[in-house]
Design a protein around this ligand. Structure first.
Ligand SMILES: NC(=O)c1ccc[n+]([C@@H]2O[C@H](COP(=O)([O-])OP(=O)(O)OC[C@H]3O[C@@H](n4cnc5c(N)ncnc54)[C@H](O)[C@@H]3O)[C@@H](O)[C@H]2O)c1
Length: 273
């Protein structure tokens, strides 16, 4: 059998549903044998997410962990190492959409909560993933000229580049993800650990569905249609999953501190058609 491009252990936050679950499934489908999904959802949803991954001949451990709490993140990584022995790839995709109000009407608690999950959560995971990866023996493969100790992909968004009215918290949180990712990449590169971010365009998931059911759902649906039109077409969760897994693989060994925009040209499309 040909060797997998993903030997080792993958750790995916927000991994029980949405983009995170598709990423965990893609790791399994592409031959990663051991996968951990981390989320805050109830047992039955954690179990559902775990079963989706195990359909692809991988072992999957589901861990309940709030990524904004350092002790829980440390514990999730300790459980990963206790079960599988190491941690090679991390996709930090747990996130929330945050408040959608003008700055003047935005309560500080809502602003801070969005940053706590989307930014502090990603930072905490990156911190403890680097700590674990740096203790490990590097992996050697035919795809990389340099042994690899680990690869981390942090979830940003097109809102790491652009903004829109009522998105202050989400936009700030995603700009910050790109910034902290660049710093982490520079700090960890001497240990052969890569840290990149990935910015998805517009992909229909539970997070979006929830926003659409809010008070101004008609306006939100209209906005979604115009975003999809600027994106050129509907996009699928598996497309983000494939890009994330590829970015983690040894085939991308020189790609570091990069923000990979996956939006079919949305962000460069100035006239929106
Ligand atoms: N769907 C899109 O169009 C889109 C576009 C750009 C960026 N993103 C980003 O992609 C990521 C995944 O979003 P999604 O669309 O799959 O949404 P989703 O709501 O389906 O998935 C997010 C997951 O994160 C989990 N989560 C939330 N807070 C958590 C916490 N504190 N600790 C642990 N887990 C937590 C949720 O339970 C959920 O399973 C987010 O970071 C989001 O900002 C999504």
């Amino acid at each position: 059998m040909a060797p997998s491009i993903l030997p080792g252990v993958a750790f995916v936050t927000g991994g029980a549903r949405g983009l995170g679950n598709d990423i965990a499934v893609a790791f399994a489908r592409e031959g990663c044998p051991s996968i951990v999904i981390v989320d805050i959802l109830p047992d039955e949803e954690m179990e559902k997410g775990r079963r989706e991954v195990e359909k692809h001949n991988a072992q999957c451990l589901a861990i309940r962990c709030d990524v904004s709490k350092e002790r829980e993140v440390q514990d999730a990584i300790a459980q990963t190492v206790a079960k599988f022995g190491r941690l090679d790839y991390a996709a930090n995709f747990a996130g929330i959409s945050g408040p959608t109000t003008m700055i003047e009407a935005m309560p500080v608690e809502k602003f801070e909560q969005c940053l706590r999950v989307n930014t502090t959560g990603v930072w905490l995971c990156t911190k403890h993933q680097i700590l674990q990866m740096s203790k490990q023996e590097p992996q050697v493969s035919k795809w990389s000229s340099v042994p690899q100790r680990g690869a981390i992909v942090n979830c940003a968004s097109v809102n790491s580049i652009l903004s829109g009215v009522t998105t202050a918290a989400y936009t700030a949180s995603k700009h910050a993800v790109v910034g902290l990712t660049k710093t982490a990449a520079l700090e960890a590169r001497s240990q052969h650990i890569r840290v990149n971010s990935l910015s998805p365009g517009f992909i229909w998931t539970d997070m979006i569905e929830k926003n659409m059911n809010s008070d101004n759902s008609a306006a939100m649906r209209q906005a979604w249609e115009s975003w999809e039109s600027r994106q050129g077409r509907k996009a699928f969760p598996a497309e983000i999953a494939n890009a994330t897994v590829l970015l983690c693989s040894h085939m991308m060994s020189l790609v570091n501190a990069h923000n990979l925009v996956c939006d079919n040209g949305f962000t460069v499309n100035e006239n929106g058609i």
